[in-house]
Design a binder for this molecule. Structure first.
Ligand code: ATP
Length: 202
């Protein structure tokens, strides 16, 4: 990467990755003039402790399939190769040091912004990256309340224009479990991988 390239950082559980994730990242590339989006797979997401999460090798393989055909998308193993739980503030500090010349944009959906104050060290996150938020259907947030608690937020927050996509990984898992189709909601290669490996069936 060239110095001063604008870099999107997109963290998630990606269980499974779906079109909502990909459209969000693509719209961020366009809307924020990013050179690249790094998809950061959280092997051990702190907000999903105690929940059943698909083994990281499967989530990684699905994410590789999902982003394979987009030259602006790349995968980061930073939250796979270090011990968890994987807090975003630590991940962003590490990436900030690695890409010291590049402005970082931390991509998230509106539901994540709504919970942002419950994350570890939100002010520390804003020190490392600007937030780039994509509104998500059925996920409102209270910007006044967020700003009251986190005064540095407005200067570090941008919204990205994107068509609202009502796809959610939890809904896809439920659909597979119920024997319903997920066609058109995930890339074909991801659907094939899920089918071949019998994921989410139990
Ligand atoms: P789950 O339903 O299991 O909570 P998810 O679909 O929200 O999963 P995650 O991997 O947890 O997927 O999400 C990673 C990031 O992508 C989060 O910031 C989330 O807000 C955002 N995101 C996921 N789906 C959408 C969507 N359809 N529109 C906008 N943002 C989304």
């Amino acid at each position: 990467m060239r110095a001063l390239d604008r870099l999107g950082i997109f963290g998630g559980t990606f269980d499974p990755p779906h079109l909502g994730h990909l459209i969000l990242a693509e719209c961020a590339v366009n809307g924020l003039n990013l050179s690249r989006v790094l998809f950061v797979l959280a092997a051990d997401p702190p907000h999903k402790q105690g929940q059943l999460v698909t083994p990281v090798a499967h989530r990684l393989a699905m994410l590789e399939h999902a982003i394979a055909d987009n030259p602006c998308f790349a995968l980061s193993r930073i939250d796979i190769d270090r011990p968890g739980p994987h807090y975003s503030v630590d991940m962003l500090r590490l990436l900030c040091a690695e890409y010291a010349e590049s402005p970082l944009f931390f991509l998230m959906g509106g539901d994540s912004l709504d919970h942002f104050l419950t994350w570890r060290d939100p002010a520390g996150i804003l020190d490392s990256a600007q937030l780039a938020v994509i509104r998500r259907p059925g996920a409102p947030f209270d910007l006044r309340e967020l700003t009251a608690q986190l005064p540095s937020l407005p200067d570090r927050l941008q919204f990205v224009d994107a068509p609202p996509i009502g796809v959610a990984a939890s809904d896809l898992r439920d659909r597979i479990h119920a024997g319903q189709s997920i066609r058109y909601q995930v890339p074909d290669a991801v659907a094939a991988y899920i089918h071949e490996n019998h994921l989410y069936e139990d």
